[in-house]
Design a protein. Structure first.
Length: 231
């Protein structure tokens, strides 16, 4: 505490911060008014303002959509966008390895939330989430033409096909602590309200989609649509 309360040292170090730390002075940095984005798996220039306009886009109907996930009650923001460890065999894990990141250096989704490539791949990647399209299965998996795939991989295939997608959630979908990627990863509002007899849907993962919450489906139960790919 004597060192911490040394007023002359505090004044010396903080009165001219830029010149009193030689190590700080040795850090090279670009100049200019615009941030120069580095090649990094921790931070990357986000795509959210690509094609951005001050005029709202026109809304259109969602037709011919495929279902990526049917989730039960109490799916939280951590189910939608986990902050924990990254599995080496997950889409985010493969992405990091393809960019020369060792498994030991993966860190967590929470630490890499500044890189949209990692976080998009982490959407619905919670190892305990249960998609009712695949009874008895845990983890962020879905069906794409009867093939079992990670939700992110299936979403990218649907985008390539030009097919819109939706996710159904039960009561208290999106509750829990505030987590920006639970909204950004799905391009939808963080919270969906409704009672036990109502389901809501949103189009997830598709860049440029409007992320609207669909109207509730009165009286519809999760079990009735739990396996839409095989009906």
């Amino acid at each position: 505490m004597k060192l911490a309360m040394d007023a002359p040292t505090f004044r010396r170090l903080y009165s001219d911060l830029a010149n009193t730390n030689p190590m700080w002075k040795k850090v090279s940095a670009p100049s200019g008014q615009v941030y120069s984005w580095p090649k990094s798996t921790y931070i990357a220039e986000p795509p959210f303002f690509d094609g951005f306009s001050m005029t709202p886009g026109a809304l259109s109907d969602i037709r011919g959509a495929k279902v990526l996930g049917v989730f039960g009650d109490s799916v939280t923001t951590d189910h939608i966008s986990p902050a924990g460890s990254i599995k080496p065999t997950s889409p985010a894990g493969f992405f990091l390895q393809e960019n020369d990141v060792a498994v030991a250096d993966f860190n967590s989704y929470g630490a890499r939330r500044g890189n949209h490539e990692v976080m998009m791949r982490g959407t619905f990647a919670n190892v305990r989430i249960k998609n009712l399209m695949l009874p008895g299965t845990e983890g962020g998996l879905t069906l794409y033409k009867n093939e079992k795939l990670p939700i992110y991989d299936a979403a990218m295939r649907y985008i390539a096909d030009g097919t819109p997608t939706v996710v159904f959630g039960g009561e208290e979908y999106g509750t829990g602590s505030s987590r920006d990627w639970a909204a950004k990863g799905t391009q939808a509002p963080r919270r969906e309200s409704g009672d036990r007899a109502q389901l809501r849907a949103h189009p997830p993962l598709q860049s440029g989609r409007d992320g609207r919450a669909a109207p509730a489906i009165p009286g519809q139960r999760l079990g009735a649509i739990a396996r839409p790919e095989r009906r």
